[in-house]
Design a protein around this ligand. Structure first.
Ligand SMILES: [Zn+2]
Length: 246
């Protein structure tokens, strides 16, 4: 029933913009690093995921990112990513704004993806600006504890936003514009706890748009949403996709 209601909201409220968080990728075997367990619990984010830590000891930080990259390299898009890509192809989704750095929306076929926390697609040299692609970085990590710049030899930094770093301004500006023009902002797999992304629903509501949420747990915006579904992203989105495609 709620699946049908959400499908109708998407059909009648265009343009629809989607905002995704870690919950959309957990079904691809990617843990939410903010609530990580297992081997990830050994890595204190303040020691491994801040820009200060990187400037202090980049090789140590790559001990964490190297493992993370391996997990991400093996991950495949799941039915949630695929459903969002199909709905974009059908003209029912304008763009996907994502907090994820895993490239899985792109791999699933989504074309307009705004990555507000950066991406593991590239790593950059903070000294000279040279960049290296994901495959080159992985190749280097097979033989060294950290990838180095081919021009100046400094340790590369993954192009993901670390704690203490500013978010990419152009991506945030585009995300804000999309949130304002959205007649429906569909939040999937984000608990809307991390600013400034957590402010995007406010932008949509203030501009007269409607909010819908699909997330495993409750969010601070549930009461202001036209619909909040608490459940796994994959099952819900593939059901919506099937409904809308008849
Ligand atoms: Zn360099």
């Amino acid at each position: 029933m709620s699946v049908e209601r959400l499908a109708e909201l998407i059909r009648t409220h265009q343009p629809c913009v989607v905002l995704t968080g870690a919950g959309v990728s957990t079904e691809s075997g990617i843990p939410d690093f903010r609530s990580a367990s297992g081997i990830w619990a050994r890595y204190d984010p303040m020691e491994y995921a801040t820009i200060e830590a990187f400037r202090r000891d980049p090789v140590k930080v790559w001990d964490f990112y190297g493992r993370r990259l391996e997990v991400l390299a093996c991950a495949q898009p799941n039915v949630a990513h695929e459903a969002l890509a199909e709905l974009e192809r059908d003209g029912l989704i304008r763009a996907v704004v994502t907090q994820n750095v895993d490239r899985l929306h792109e791999l699933a076929g989504s074309r307009d993806v705004v990555e507000v926390h950066g991406s593991i697609r590239t790593s950059s040299c903070l000294t000279c600006g040279e960049t290296a692609g994901f495959d080159e970085v992985r190749r280097q990590l097979e033989n060294a504890p950290a990838p180095r710049c081919s021009l100046c030899g400094d340790v590369l930094k993954p192009d993901v936003v670390m704690f203490g770093e500013l978010l990419p301004a152009a991506a945030i500006e585009r995300a804000t514009q999309l949130a304002r023009i959205a007649r429906l902002l569909l939040v999937v797999g984000s608990s809307l706890a991390v600013y400034p992304v957590a402010a995007l629903p406010e932008d949509t509501l203030r501009a007269g748009g409607t909010l819908a949420i699909v997330n495993a747990e409750a969010t601070p915006y549930d009461e202001r949403a036209a619909l909040a579904i608490h459940g796994p992203a994959g099952k819900t989105l593939s059901a919506i996709c099937n409904y809308l495609r008849g």
